[in-house]
Write a protein that binds this ligand. Structure first.
Ligand code: BGC
Length: 325
């Protein structure tokens, strides 16, 4: 008798800077994947690039793809499958599920990008075995996922857990993209904030390696800052002190509120590891409330930048299983 082919799904992670699609099996093994820069000129261009990527990955599958799960950086109306608005990508008032279903001709499921990242980390990653988990993803923005009693908490309509838009400094700088607020967590500790601090620090330490790198046209991104910080450049270390400090401020409030067992920190920026987690944990221990601060484990994401894609695949697999029952 021929072996029954294993269920294959596509997990799609839409980020503010990059997007990735992966062909994933039921054991969360990635068989194929593609990545490209997120087109941000218009919603139309973005949607058609997403469709092409999914078709491309799907065409490489050894057996039919059963569904696509999307993690999108948006406020979601789950009942209508809509992306209501998004801070860092051009996606608003969009009937995302209907559109993708008709373009792709297969079942489509959506959730927020950080919600699905948290799902992957809780299911098989850094928070495996824990039922109370908070995750933040630090990239272009800061995303948040809350797992309560082993399940993703989505709020009333599907737009909960916008942890990146928790205010850290009410008199701070204006938030980015379409967020009208000031001093949001993502304004103070994201990859965008890192670039701002790097430029400020280069101006105040003009002889530093960081200032020289920026003067020669390098982009002040996480990769540059991490390599300079690890070489001991004081300006780059000061940038990470600041990012780590504000990350700690955010983590402390969330640990006080939710009493999680595990707090996972993911997204591109966490490649800097202890440069961020060191100062963040220190702040938590100095300012957090007992017993929450003593009990929580603050850990880097296991799946790194793949957490969103794997989580989107988990979402599709879970939803398929739920519809079969
Ligand atoms: C968005 C979130 C998203 C996060 C990371 C934030 O600006 O509001 O929905 O999860 O960026 O992409």
């Amino acid at each position: 008798m021929a072996a029954v082919p294993e269920k294959l799904v596509i997990g799609f992670d839409l980020g503010g800077t990059n997007m990735a699609a992966g062909l994933v099996d039921a054991r969360l093994e990635v068989l194929e994947s593609l990545e490209m820069e997120t087109p941000t000129a218009s919603q139309e261009e973005l949607l058609s690039a997403i469709v092409s990527m999914v078709r491309d990955v799907s065409s490489r599958a050894p057996s039919p793809v059963s569904a696509v799960g999307f993690g999108i950086p948006s406020m979601i109306d789950q009942q209508h499958g809509r992306a209501v608005m998004s801070v860092n990508v051009p996606l608003a008032d969009c009937d995302f599920v209907d559109y993708m279903r008709s373009e792709l001709g297969m079942p489509v499921f959506i959730d927020n990008d950080a919600n699905v990242a948290a799902l992957a980390e809780a299911r098989a990653g850094a928070a495996l075995g824990a039922s109370e988990v908070i995750m933040i993803t630090m990239g272009t923005g800061i995303g948040g996922g809350i797992i309560i009693d082993g399940r993703v908490y989505r709020g009333f309509t599907g737009s909960a857990a916008e942890l990146g838009h928790m205010v850290i400094d009410a008199n701070g700088p204006r938030c980015q993209g379409s967020c009208e607020n000031y001093g949001c967590f993502e304004t103070m500790a994201s990859g965008t904030a890192l670039k701002r601090y790097a430029r400020e620090e280069a101006l105040s330490q003009p002889k530093s390696a960081l200032a020289q790198a920026l003067a020669s046209g390098e982009d002040p991104d996480g990769a540059l800052l991490t390599s300079l910080a690890l070489e001991g450049d004081p300006a780059s270390l000061a940038v990470y002190e600041k990012i780590g400090f504000y990350t700690g401020v955010g983590i402390t409030s969330l640990v006080n509120i939710f009493n999680p067992e595990v707090f996972v920190v993911g997204g591109g920026l966490i490649k800097a590891g202890e440069l961020i987690l060191g100062p963040a944990r220190k702040l938590l221990m100095e300012r957090g409330l007992r017993p929450n601060r003593d009990l929580v484990r603050v850990v880097p994401a296991k799946f790194g930048a793949d957490a969103g894609m794997l989580g989107a695949a988990c979402l599709a697999l879970d939803e398929l299983a739920a519809t079969v029952q």
